[in-house]
Design a binder for this molecule. Structure first.
Ligand SMILES: [Ca+2]
Length: 313
């Protein structure tokens, strides 16, 4: 099997960084055609910079990084410095990137790539608000049919919300974009908080990153050290949830995850529940399933995979 071609759409973010590192460490399974930055955890200038910092950390300055949309489709940007720190990548001290941004807009890169590659061979991996993806779908509807699959981190059902009582951050920031993506008719795999809150970096798991005793191992350990302060205080959990790496881990070892094919609709109207992913988990409507919504993860298997792959960088 040739490696699966993907575009990573991202708002790094410490957990985005780990997701990207896992992909770049797995060339037998994953070919990263490019990385597209979007505004989310921090503003676009920082996410576009952080994506390049991560590529340089991995020694992969050949991967093009494009800057995309700097604000949601219809709304003001909401950011999450309270979780990720003011740079978005607080924790390790990493040098400013030397590699330049690729020329052109991320949305045009997504469109051009899908038009250039064989239909059904490119998977989109959104790790942030869905603004870039929705903008590409609106600007060039012909590319939707050419997408192989969308594997994204976002939403929640049993865990409900982390930025409001009922909404997960990525979907909340740009609910109109999420609505476009979930109505696209493409196969979608969703890694919601229900899964990612089970992917916790405990002390022993973080010690395993540090024990790699490499630049990448230390950087990841220091990122999760920073990241976990927020979650420990807020949820009393054992460590930081590694949200976004669930997406890239799924591409390598899908059997680590299980879920249900259900209908997902995005709340775009209510002020109270804006950005809620209304998942018909119990099949109580006749709305057609439009996503594989994950519910369980083999967390030990996930961290074993992650540590083994990060050791290759
Ligand atoms: Ca993210």
């Amino acid at each position: 099997m040739p490696p699966r071609k993907i575009i990573i759409d991202t708002d790094p973010g410490q957990d985005d960084a780990v997701a990207i590192l896992l992909a770049l460490a797995s060339p037998d399974e994953i070919e990263v055609l490019g990385i597209t930055a979007v505004a989310g955890n921090v503003p676009l200038a920082l996410t576009a910079k952080n994506a390049r910092i991560v590529c340089e950390l991995a020694g992969r300055t050949d991967v093009p990084v494009y800057a995309g949309c700097d604000k949601p489709l219809n709304r003001a940007l909401v950011t999450a410095e309270h979780v990720h720190g003011k740079t978005g990548l607080d924790g390790p001290v990493l040098p400013d990137p030397q590699m330049p941004l690729a020329e052109g807009h991320a949305v045009d890169f997504i469109i051009d790539t899908l038009r250039a590659e064989e239909p059904g061979t490119v998977t989109l991996c959104p790790l942030g608000p869905l603004t870039n993806i929705a903008t590409a779908f609106r600007k060039a509807p012909d590319i939707i049919d050419r997408v192989q699959e969308i594997v994204l981190m976002g939403g929640a059902y049993f865990e409900v919300g982390n930025i409001t009582p009922t909404a997960e951050f990525n979907i909340y920031v740009d609910p109109e974009a999420a609505d476009i993506v979930f109505k696209s008719g493409k196969p979608i795999v969703v890694m919601p908080l229900d899964v990612t809150h089970k992917a916790l970096v405990t002390k022993s798991r973080n010690d395993a990153f540090r024990a790699l005793d490499s630049k990448v191992g230390h950087a990841v350990a220091e990122m999760t050290d920073f990241f976990e302060r927020f979650d420990k205080e807020k949820y009393g959990s054992a460590g930081a949830p590694l949200h976004d790496p669930c997406v890239t881990a799924y591409l390598i070892r899908p059997e680590l995850f299980s879920g249900r094919h259900v209908n997902i609709e995005i709340e775009t109207g209510s002020d109270l529940t804006l950005g809620m992913t209304v998942a018909d988990w119990w099949g109580v409507t006749n709305r057609a399933p439009n996503a594989l919504f994950m519910g369980e993860i083999d967390a030990d298997g996930f961290f074993t995979l992650l540590t083994e792959r990060l050791a290759r960088l």
